[in-house]
Design a protein around this ligand. Structure first.
Ligand code: SF4
Length: 338
């Protein structure tokens, strides 16, 4: 199943549940999520902090236990793989974290950190490890001579380059990027994003790209999934989601993106209040307590993801997705700025 037309990664009805401390109740961190990720494409995962993006990414890599559902990587169902098979497969699925200082050992030189995966997976031996490390460092914009340095000697952007080189060294096909630039200054952000885009092109990589920053997702992703309280509420091609958002929550997220030319806004995350807890989600549509357009059905029937009338690949979980709400009067408007 290595044909480019087949997805590299499929998640089907994936759920991750945690027992709330004290044994009372269950926290649904990820709830019934299904998606396909095509090879050499980038799927952006967006949503507020705590919506389940990072847990979903870790569940895909089997770094946290999956409660229900399937993760299929290159045709292999990960839930049926034993420990050693899973470890071998992990070489092909790497992750770059938000904070490179936290993900790199302060006691390891850059060379040892980048070469560690080569040793663990027995991909190179002796001087071939050093050659591969030098090659990777240069590919990410550092120098081979940097391999004797330590993480504390580097800037934040350089450390993130090391983390990318370390992930890249073992030859992955899937790279999960978990807020890879949010700890960096604006200039380093642009450089790392440009590096990631170039690496995807040169190595045919597939990215699952987590970010709370929609402007960044707009610049690097082919498709976008919007998460809310552990569920996908909208998914589709980037242009469809950004230019024709079907879910009121997606619109609020887009309205919240800083705009160089300030315009009147209908609503922002600040004005619609806090989300409910994932351990006690509201009945009906999970967004209804914050939704300016909620009607009676929203309070008791949870909408499923359905294809929009404009594009089958663009799916939205909203009872009013096919209505033109641009001129609608908000029905749940306490605190909504118009
Ligand atoms: Fe708002 Fe109702 Fe749509 Fe949920 S289903 S997003 S409450 S309009």
């Amino acid at each position: 199943m290595s044909n480019a037309t087949f997805p590299l990664l499929c998640a089907k009805d994936l759920s991750v549940r945690y027992r709330v401390s004290g044994g009372r109740g269950v926290l649904m961190a990820v709830n019934d999520v299904t998606f396909d990720l095509l090879r050499a494409t980038t799927l952006g995962l967006v949503g507020e902090s705590g919506c389940g993006k990072t847990t979903l990414a870790r569940a895909v890599l089997r770094l946290v236990p999956v409660s229900d559902g399937q993760v299929v990587f290159d045709g292999l169902d990960l839930s049926h793989l034993s420990g050693s098979h899973l470890r071998r497969l992990r070489r092909r699925m790497q992750i770059v974290f938000q904070d490179p200082l936290g993900s790199l050992s302060p006691r390891m030189t850059i060379g040892d950190a980048v070469g560690e995966g080569l040793r663990i997976h027995r991909l190179r031996r002796g001087s071939a490890i050093r050659d591969r490390v030098a090659e990777m460092l240069e590919r990410v914009g550092l120098q081979a001579a940097d391999m004797v340095r330590y993480p504390y000697e580097l800037s934040g952007g350089q450390r993130q380059r090391v983390a990318i080189a370390r992930a890249l060294a073992v030859g992955p096909e899937l790279l999960v990027c978990d807020e890879p630039v949010s700890a960096l200054d604006v200039s380093a952000q642009a450089q790392i994003l440009s590096l990631l885009v170039g690496l995807r092109r040169d190595f045919g990589l597939t990215y699952l790209f987590i970010s709370h920053n929609l402007a960044i997702v707009d610049s690097v992703c082919d498709a976008v999934a919007v998460m809310y309280l552990g569920r996908f509420v909208e998914i589709g091609p980037r242009a469809a989601v950004f230019e024709n958002p079907g879910h009121p929550y997606t619109r609020v997220l887009l309205e919240s993106v800083p705009d160089p030319e300030p315009r009147p806004r209908r609503a922002s995350l600040r004005t619609i209040g806090e989300p409910a807890s994932p351990s006690s989600p509201p009945p009906g549509c999970p967004f209804h307590p914050r939704c300016p357009f909620a009607v009676d059905v929203c309070r008791h029937d949870r909408p499923e993801l359905r294809a929009t009338s404009s594009a089958p690949a663009h799916r939205v979980a909203c009872h009013r997705a096919d209505e033109d709400l641009s001129g609608a009067t908000p029905s749940n408007a306490s605190g909504i700025t118009a």
